[in-house]
Design a protein around this ligand. Structure first.
Ligand code: IPM
Ligand code: MG
Length: 357
């Protein structure tokens, strides 16, 4: 198991350290190589995804990422922003399939801002296309142009998808739906955008290979509304890069605790990048209070999807559930009556739970 570890910025190093302690406690044979990505890489080399990191990431079977970004890099030109490192590694490694589960742990039922009957038992999976769409479409730019006889700043991006890109992400989503409840909702904006008209056509064609999965379609604005009105109507949602970015944040927050949610970004052969859904939280970086559970759960996803170590993945997930059941909480999920822990102590609690399992 060759793993490239990219702690990144903000709380990234703190939460990654706990996730690695959990991984090492499982005593699986693994080789870890740490490298720079994001703002820390910009500071050290001027490049958010430096060549040495590229080499280690390409040689690895899996990448574990903390988080990238922070306000200190806000003024930089786009090419040097930390986020470009994340976009570049996704593109270079061909990580087109982004799996973002939104699960409401019963122990955290009160964390959601929605009524508990609306979200109790919530368990949905967003499958987001990750290497195409308006994120990567050319041409793009910002320049001075002649508009009605005067010079103005003019900015443009291009949204495009080819059918093979759409088909491969739909297949991932149909397979996931098949393993779950057998229901898949494809989200588009086919009433306005040609790209998503093609998306819907390809979704309907692909459905012919999955007669056991019930496919439905929803326009993205309605999907945003339905996610807060009645999120439990969904099981697996599949959508493009831009809509998936937005809907996955929304779905994550239905659980009230973005600090709990892991994610996987997979290529066609099972190689993957695993990271928590939350960001680098610069406001609490270095204080030892961040919630490491999403990163620990990302290690579980890594063991399951890249290394086919289902038992080890389940052990980690059981350990996380058991620390929640014991009443241990980091600040982001704290409720009165519970026991508040910092990042390291939460890591210790998960390690202790692993030992007794
Ligand atoms: C995400 C993030 C990234 C994205 C940013 C940091 C580039 O919001 O992973 O959802 O937009 O994909
Ligand atoms: Mg996002």
């Amino acid at each position: 198991m060759k793993i490239c570890v990219l702690p990144g910025d903000g709380i990234g190093p703190e939460i990654t350290a706990e996730a690695l302690r959990v991984l090492q406690a499982l005593a699986l044979p693994c080789e870890l190589n740490e490298a720079l990505l994001g703002g820390c890489a910009v500071d050290a080399t001027g490049d958010p995804y430096p060549p040495e990191t590229q080499r280690l990431a390409q040689e690895a079977d899996a990448v574990l990422l903390g988080a990238v970004g922070g306000p200190q890099w806000d003024g930089l030109p786009r090419a040097q922003r930390p986020e470009q490192g994340l976009l570049a590694i996704r593109k270079q490694l061909g990580l087109f399939a982004n799996l973002r589960p939104a699960i409401l742990y019963s122990e955290l039922a009160n964390a959601s801002t929605l009524k508990s009957e609306v979200v109790a038992g919530l368990d949905i999976l967003i499958v987001r296309e990750l290497t195409g769409d308006i994120y990567f479409g050319q041409p793009r730019g910002i320049e001075l142009r002649d508009v009605d006889g005067r010079q103005e700043r003019f900015a443009f991006n291009t949204m495009h998808y080819c059918e093979s890109e759409i088909r491969r992400i739909l297949r991932v989503a149909f397979e996931a739906a098949r393993r779950r409840s057998g229901r898949l909702c494809s989200v588009d904006k086919m009433n306005v955008l040609e790209t998503t008209q093609l998306w819907r056509e390809v979704a309907i064609e692909t459905a012919a290979d999955y007669p056991d999965v019930e496919l439905s379609h929803m326009l993205v604005d309605n999907a945003a509304m339905q996610l807060v009105r009645n999120p439990k109507q969904f099981d697996v949602i599949v959508t493009g890069n831009m809509f998936g970015d937005i809907l996955s944040d929304q779905a994550a927050m239905l659980t009230g605790s973005i600090g709990m949610l892991p994610s996987a970004s997979l290529d066609a052969d099972g190689k993957g990048l695993y990271e928590p859904c939350h960001g680098s939280a610069p406001d609490i970086a270095g204080q030892g209070v961040a919630n490491p559970l999403a990163t620990i759960l990302s290690v579980a996803m890594m063991l399951r999807y890249t290394f086919a170590q289902q038992d080890a993945a389940l052990r980690i997930e059981r350990a996380v559930k058991s620390v929640l059941a014991k009443g241990y909480r980091t600040a982001d999920i704290y409720e009165p009556g519970m026991q508040q822990l910092g990042t390291r102590a939460m890591g210790d609690a998960v390690l202790a739970a692993l030992q007794v399992d």
